[in-house]
Design a protein around this ligand. Structure first.
Ligand code: MSP
Length: 716
């Protein structure tokens, strides 16, 4: 049996819900996003769910699965009816327009969905009516009258005790008391069965914290659910009582099976159901882990294997949402920074499952540190060394050189961690495992100094091994990052001599260390991730900088009074795990050059004769710090980035000392820093402190403790 080659491109818009596709000998995998309300423009929060789902499905394809991603739009409801009316459009016209816009957005973000379901499509309507009739026939749906607190925005009824200060517990808006004839779904009948299912399948609701919430919600008693409305008409009619329309959650949740031909008996449904994972935001976990399973139980269908509730992207402490008016337009971000940095940020910045801050500065920092400094730099310096030392050809590795080849081991560990994190949907950590390997490879260059090995003919084999292992690390990193980044991995592989980029790569085979054929010609290309200048901070001196004037984040749509994050004061993002930003390999220590700006030490800006109050001086927190690693800031002659330790904590500072000190000269030194300086962004690098140096004319000398003292000691 020949294995079908799965390329990423094959799956873009591969058709919708048609007959079973080729490749059915492969195991199937089915992942879904929520279907989005097309009532307003989608924003970065919606992009977050969708990019995550795309990451998962691309990974599964890379592992050889017949993996399917479904997304779509939730087009019925009173809310849509109203939004259309406001724009002078009929609801169908309104949702058609939104559909065009949303599919354009997914194209911009390279979302490789296999099908897009719209709840206004005949295939969906027909199946929903059928499902409703089945539930009615077996007594799970009955007619009654509903009274309750209703939130129009969330289209949810609430019990008195569920309200938050008399308002909607989900969106905080006022609720109204409603009574109407309606059909009800007997959730109560299935309560015990559902609880049992959750107990027996600990993986069903994830993360665990959400499962616990759901269990206590169910234990508090499930009320039967109102599943129709008669006060508006924009919905799917109850087939046997057409003055009622099927209420949004019954309609919406069903999309996950109507899109895969539920009820058509053509084998397609059986191939993909049950879904492997429904990815949803945390506020809709309840619908997916209570109502949806009960609908399925009523239909006699198996339950999805997992409902995963991810956290929210928040801006200044508030969920980014249309109703809060603080939305960020992903299209503008992509135009400004490119697609890979935006996807990378979304996937890497917040632990999947937890809330996390959105800030444009964090996006730029992620791109500059991990993509440009770590990954991009590893590629450019490795290819440059291969060109210079082995004639541009992949060297032949040779185990007899006896140098241990530690990157082999590191690569195996990284791949294992990557796989384990993926299995738990720890998406940010899966990427972190790859970046850890990239950091290790950069450090390996420093340790091995290939440019020194090249000078010694007896070290030829060792040099060959070092370069080969660096190239292999890059190849593997590109493959492992390919589900996350849709552009750079192909380019990395092209530079390594794979003309077809990623075509045919498959895990776990592609993770075998040593697949790169020796003798292949590498090709130097344009920088993979040009550094992004986020905010040109006025250069205030070589040893640090003051905060720049804040500029609103790019891509923010109408803010409705919600101010943009001030870059320097934005809440700290989940810590960027920046590994060493390596210096150019062959670069000798820079010859002293005249600094472009006069060096500043504390007090240097003060006019002679000015007196500093002692209390003022006491506010300056001077500490002994150890430089753990140092690297040049690319494209400047003046700046070094230093990772320093002060007491038990670490941070990065940017110092204007590169004309006087090479990274090697400062690494390992104990220096004195101002530890409580306002953080600043200098040339796109965050600096959290300033070192002290004595300056005289063209000379500079670092201030260092005269003898050994513990790192973190106070300087007075
Ligand atoms: N139509 C329903 C879902 C029905 S699924 C059967 C819906 N639509 S939505 O457009 O309001 O939201 C869709 C998804 O976007 C949700 O999972 C929601 O959590 C996600 N996000 C919207 N804003 C978000 C953030 N700020 N951050 C992360 N995700 C957020 O709900």
């Amino acid at each position: 049996m020949t294995e079908e080659v799965v390329t990423i491109e094959d799956h873009r818009h591969a058709g919708s819900g048609g007959a079973a596709r080729a490749g059915t000998d492969r195991p199937s995998y089915y992942v879904t996003t929520p279907i989005y309300y097309p009532s307003g423009r989608l924003h970065i929060g919606h992009a977050y769910t969708t990019v995550a789902a795309d990451f998962v499905v691309r990974y599964k394809r890379l592992c050889g699965y017949d993996a399917r991603l479904l997304t779509g739009t939730d087009e019925h409801s009173q809310k849509i009816e109203r939004a259309a009316r406001k724009e002078g459009l009929g609801p169908q016209e309104f949702v058609d327009r939104a559909f065009e816009e949303i599919t354009r957005l997914w194209d911009v973000l390279d979302i490789s969905y296999d099908d897009f379901i719209r709840t206004t499509e005949p295939r969906h309507k027909r199946a929903v009516q059928e499902m409703f009739s089945i539930a009615f026939r077996q007594g799970d749906i009955y007619k009654g009258a509903y009274e309750g607190w209703y939130c129009t925005e969330c289209e949810s009824f609430f019990l008195e005790r569920q309200l938050a200060g008399g308002k909607c517990p989900d969106c905080g808006r006022p609720v109204e008391w409603l009574t109407e004839e309606a059909y009800f779904f007997r959730l109560s009948r299935y309560q015990d069965r559902l609880l049992r299912h959750i107990e027996e399948h600990p993986e069903f609701i994830q993360p665990v914290s959400r499962r616990n919430e759901m269990v206590s919600f169910i234990n508090s008693g499930l009320q039967d659910l109102c599943v129709t409305r008669s006060s508006f008409t924009w919905g799917i009619k109850v087939p046997f009582d057409p003055k009622h329309v099927i209420y949004v959650w019954f309609d919406a949740l069903s999309n996950y099976i109507t899109a895969i031909n539920y009820g058509r008996n053509d084998g397609f449904f059986e191939r993909y159901w049950p879904a492997d994972v429904h990815l949803v935001g945390k506020e809709i976990v309840r619908f997916h882990s209570i109502i949806w399973p009960i609908i399925l139980m009523s239909m006699g269908l198996p339950l999805p294997r997992q409902v995963f509730g991810h956290g929210w992207l928040v801006l200044e402490g508030e969920k980014i949402s249309k109703s809060k008016g603080n939305v960020i337009d992903p299209v503008i971000l992509v135009e400004k920074y490119g697609l890979d940095p935006v996807r990378y940020f979304l996937l890497r910045e917040l632990p999947f499952g937890a809330d996390g801050n959105y800030s444009e500065e964090a996006l730029v920092r992620r791109s500059n540190t991990e993509l440009a400094n770590d990954l991009g730099n590893l590629l450019s310096r490795t290819v440059a060394m291969v060109e210079r030392f082995t004639g541009g050809k992949v060297p032949v590795p040779d185990d007899t050189a006896g140098d241990g080849r530690p990157l082999r081991e590191a690569a195996a560990t990284a791949f294992r961690q990557y796989t384990e994190h993926f299995a738990a949907l720890e998406l940010a950590d899966a990427i972190g495992a790859v970046l850890g390997l990239v950091g290790r490879a950069n450090k390996y260059i420093e340790d091995k100094s290939p440019w020194d090995l090249a000078k010694d003919p007896s070290k030829e084999k060792e040099l060959g091994n070092v370069l080969y292992d660096l190239l292999e690390t890059l190849r593997l990193s590109a493959v492992l990052l390919s589900p996350a980044l849709t552009r750079a991995p192909g380019e990395i592989l092209r530079q390594l001599g794979f003309a077809d980029g990623l075509a045919g790569a498959k895990l776990p085979e592609a993770a075998t260390f040593g697949l790169l054929p020796p003798g292949r010609r590498v090709r130097r290309g344009a920088p993979l991730f040009p550094r992004i200048e986020f905010e040109e901070t006025p250069f205030e001196g070589p040893t640090g900088g003051g905060p720049a004037a804040g500029k609103g984040p790019a891509g923010q749509l109408s803010t409705g009074g919600c101010p943009g994050a001030r870059p320097e004061t934005a809440a700290p993002s989940t810590a960027p795990v920046a590994t060493a930003a390596p210096a150019a390999p062959e670069a000798p220590p820079a010859a002293p050059a005249a600094p472009e700006a006069p060096p500043a030490t504390p007090g240097a800006a003060q006019a002679p004769g000015d007196r500093l109050a002692f209390e003022d001086f006491q506010r300056v927190d001077l500490r002994v710090a150890r430089v753990l690693e140092a690297a040049r800031v690319p494209r400047t002659d003046k700046l070094l980035r230093l990772r320093i330790r002060i007491g038990g904590s670490e941070r990065w500072i940017v110092a204007g000392i590169a004309a006087h000190y090479s990274p090697e000269q400062v690494a390992g030194k104990d220096i004195v820093v101002v530890a409580n300086l306002e953080p600043a962004t200098i040339r796109g690098e965050r600096s959290e402190g300033m070192l002290l140096a004595a300056v005289h004319g063209d000379e500079m000398a670092l201030v260092v403790p005269e003898r050994d003292v513990p790192v973190g000691a106070k300087v007075r």
